[in-house]
Design a protein around this ligand. Sequence first.
Ligand code: NAD
Ligand code: ZN
Length: 368
Amino acid sequence: MERVTVALGSRSYPIWVGSGLLERAANWVAPLLKRRRLFVVTDQTVALAQLPRLAAGLSSGGVECIPLVLEPGERTKSFAQFESLLNQLLHLGVERSDVLAALGGGVIGDLTGFAASVLRRGVDFVQIPTTLLAQVDSSVGGKTGINTQQGKNLVGTFHQPRLVLADRDSLQTLPDRQRKAGYAEVVKYGLIDDRSFFEWLEANGASVLSLEPSAYMHGVVSSCRAKARIVAEDERESGRRALLNLGHTFGHALEAANGFGDALLHGEAVAIGMVLAFDFSVRLGICPAEDSSRVRAHLSQVGLPVDLRGAPGVRNDARQLVQAMGQDKKVIAGKLHFILTRGIGKAFTAADVALDELEAFLEAQLKG
Ligand SMILES: NC(=O)c1ccc[n+]([C@@H]2O[C@H](COP(=O)([O-])OP(=O)(O)OC[C@H]3O[C@@H](n4cnc5c(N)ncnc54)[C@H](O)[C@@H]3O)[C@@H](O)[C@H]2O)c1
Ligand SMILES: [Zn+2]
């Protein structure tokens, strides 16, 4: 078991990474509770696969587990589900001093965190991520939110959890495709500013995906450290934290084009988006083509999609994609702030990306 700290002064919190954590959850959770009960928000799939482990762990530590079970899938991150969750929690009599737990992937984590941030003007919550994506990314850093018709994550808050429990065993039931999607975010940390981590992943990515214990620990702990460091430097994303959006402006446009459906998972969209960010950087003459090929080769080798052409929901319409990108939160004073790269481990924010150049690039990509 390893501990990574997210250093945010009085709001600092630990991320515990290891095995068998759900069975021992009461050890970490009980000290946060005034009443020995925990409201556990989860989805139907996770309720079957992992909730029994957590409920047993809580109960053996004398903590009552009160589950709230939602529909699985990205569409659960909606106003309708947000309202319904708040109503259910109020109906159950949640008090200001109660604690919520998000047991699930990024969808449950983002929705529960958002609900916690506004329920009775803010209650504490803990993250118990059960997807690789949530363990290395969404459970850490305090970004919460839901999607709207206009796009992803456009409504939300910053609300840090008190604790994150990333349990390797909980990934045993996670389908292969979901593991791979989460792995895209692991690769992202190497691409942002850690070339040697990317090289380690080229050699060990398959072992991370098969949950080989030491590879899992190194992959997840390194990712959590990277995220914790960036969040501690720039909690509210006024600067460096934006680097975590590498591949995401493209990726979010792809998710929107697909109507947030299951045909394209967030991590899959990010994989395509990261390759696009590299290829676009190559086209701008700032990134070696060799680095871009290497990124494409690694993502594709582990079985992630890397091509814009043929991505679900993408029509042959570069302008539509550019418009979707304009809805992303990265537009400041009408200019698209975009993460570009000078090579593997050398991402940076460009404040003045020309939209016509972007459109021409996407047009060329769509032609193949
Ligand atoms: N807040 C942030 O900083 C941040 C960062 C990255 C991504 N996100 C968000 O995270 C979301 C994606 O998260 P995700 O990929 O975890 O998706 P998800 O929450 O939809 O989970 C993926 C699927 O796996 C199932 N599942 C989860 N854990 C399981 C397990 N242990 N065994 C079997 N099935 C399991 C779920 O039921 C779901 O169907 C997106 O909405 C994205 O915007 C947020
Ligand atoms: Zn992401």
